[in-house]
Write a protein that binds this ligand. Sequence first.
Ligand SMILES: Cc1ncc(COP(=O)(O)O)c(C=O)c1O
Length: 353
Amino acid sequence: MRMEQLETPALVVDLDIMEENMRTMDRLLEGTPIRLRPHYKSHKCPAIAKLQLEHGAKGICCAKLSEAEDLILSGVEDVLIANQITAPAKIARLAVLAGYCDLTVCVDDADNVDALQAACGQQGTELRCLVEYDIGMNRCGVKTKEEVSSLARHLLYAPNLIFEGIQAYAGNLAHEEDIVLRKRESEAVEEKVRELKNYLEDQGISVKEVSGISTGTIDFHGKDSVYTEAQCGSYLFSDTSYRKVGVSFRNALSVLATVVSARPGAIVTDAGVKSLAMDQRPPVFAAAPELSVNFSEEHSAVYGDVPAKKPGDIIRIIPGHCCTTVNLYDWIYLVRDGQVVDRLPVTGRGRSQ
Ligand SMILES: Cc1ncc(COP(=O)(O)O)c(C=O)c1O
């Protein structure tokens, strides 16, 4: 079946471009100490996670406990939840899950460490922990080397928890469009994390993993990097936001839409904000990328010097943010040379608990 025969709006991935993006990532990581632990949030699809593992990823990273459950149920054996789990019911589930795979979670609070230990002690499971260090994002994480050291020691005394290393994610730099600033700040992050690692190791605390890095900063962590894991997600599909940033990856993800109304100077389609995420830069029509798009719930439209289209024509829209757009769909259609070769369920969709 040709992709133009799909009922729209439909989410499609160009396999050739996705595979090229995977090879680009291999090239960027070659000769560095960094291994890829791709973020699940970008596709929420276990079959694609498995493809990434077969391609050499060391494990998968995700944001939520329910995403981790999705991955573990589908057989993924090494999962990092790059967040804190603090609700008692979730801590209990986390402790059970730790019995089924190599599971790692982030911590930034001593009471949370105690709660994780109590739950894992009760289950008889072992849980790996990364102490989150806030290196400028101002989201989670402790702010000082001393606090990291204190939490690391706390973990070392917890019999069912393993101090695995540091989570240091500079999400604030991911979409910085000034490349000079993005590079300089990424190098400053490297230095700050290296200082932390040396500080801990001088105290006899060994740091096995340093995890972080987004698609927007992967170019700036080279062979001397202190990082051991890159949590890039968007590298696989890219979007208009990362295109504006100027990353090394090409756009593999599109939303196909049907033209529902057309006249000279206007094209209106059936894909609105319920089919296209709007939390970052706006999506664009592939055939007229320079024109800004008007959106309503169920429609998107371009006006002005538009290519000739008629009702029923199919057009391709490039999402503004691939991760949040994927979360709007039940299926991803895989396409090669415009031919639909498979469809994969987005089982992680809506797993926001
Ligand atoms: C903890 C964490 N790691 C990694 C990423 C990487 O994201 P991307 O490569 O899609 O920018 C994100 C993005 O939100 C994140 O929150």
